[in-house]
Design a protein around this ligand. Structure first.
Ligand code: ZN
Length: 276
């Protein structure tokens, strides 16, 4: 690859990676600070991913709720559910978004050039210009809201992530896995539940949710990945012109602290639900 026509990017490393018959390039977008990894090869199944280091400070599920809500309409794609439309109507070979304890990622793949470009476009618009700032309803729908069936009925909580996590918290395997991680790293971000603990999800305010997106969904805190057989120079020009050049590099504090080792072994007991 020739970076002569890409002065917006700085080439940090270049390695042939023979195991996967690829040329690997690590770049930095100068103006925004975005990091980009390219794996150029002859694989027709092209992949794009954008990931952010997302550091939750509590178990309100803010990272998970942000993941859901950015896919509910954006500046250039202001429809209610672009994610569902892409699942139904695109030629993708992979399409999803995942929240981890320390990062959130948005990967897509397709063998069709035009489809791949569309998927990249919708995902980049979603993460950088979601409609969450204009429509609090998106937060209410995906995060949590009150529900009242009738005037004398019981006031309950509802919400897509709220319900998802109620399910996750009732699976014994999930409970075990979570307890192990939370108690091994109690003083770090791995001590809280990034997906959201149903008990704490209703503590999340709309403002704190918007702040989370403002803080972490910036190119300076992102990792971008392109893989496969494509015109990477064209993709990098487009990425710069359409998105990255609109941002200036900022410091984003998303460091992850180390857990101090225990002085002695701990014994933990906890409960999990079982059926009748
Ligand atoms: Zn979810």
């Amino acid at each position: 690859m020739d970076f002569e026509h890409l002065p917006q990017y700085e080439l940090l490393q270049h390695h042939p990676i023979s195991d996967i018959r690829s040329e690997g390039y690590l770049l930095r977008h100068k103006k925004s600070g975005a990091r980009i990894l390219l794996l150029a090869n002859d694989d027709n199944n092209k992949v794009f991913n954008i990931a952010f280091r997302t550091i939750p400070k509590d178990s309100t599920g803010v990272a998970h709720i942000t993941e859901h809500t950015v896919l509910c309409g954006s500046r250039e794609f202001p429809l209610k559910d672009p994610f569902v439309e892409l699942v139904k109507g695109s030629l993708n070979t992979f399409l999803n978004a995942m929240t981890y304890p320390d990062k959130t990622m948005y990967p897509v793949a397709s063998c069709n050039d035009q489809d791949f470009k569309n998927l990249m476009h919708v995902y980049l618009d979603a993460v950088f210009y979601p409609n969450i700032y204009q429509h609090e309803e998106i937060f209410r729908q995906e995060g949590w809201h009150y529900e009242l069936e009738s005037a004398d009925g019981e006031l309950t909580y509802n919400g897509v992530v709220y319900n998802e996590m109620k399910g996750a918290f009732s699976s014994p395997e999930d409970v075990l896995e979570r307890e192990i991680m939370n108690s091994l790293f109690p003083d770090t971000i791995y001590g809280v539940e990034s997906g959201g603990d149903p008990v704490y999800i209703p503590d999340l305010t709309y403002e704190a949710f918007l702040d989370f997106h403002r803080t972490y969904y910036h190119p300076s805190n992102s990792y971008i990945y392109l893989y496969g057989n494509m015109d990477m120079e064209e993709r990098l020009q487009w990425l710069d012109q359409h998105y990255l050049s609109h941002f200036d590099v900022i410091p984003v504090d998303s460091e992850i602290a180390l857990q101090k080792p225990f002085e002695q072994p701990h014994r933990i007991s906890c409960t999990y639900p079982v059926s009748e």
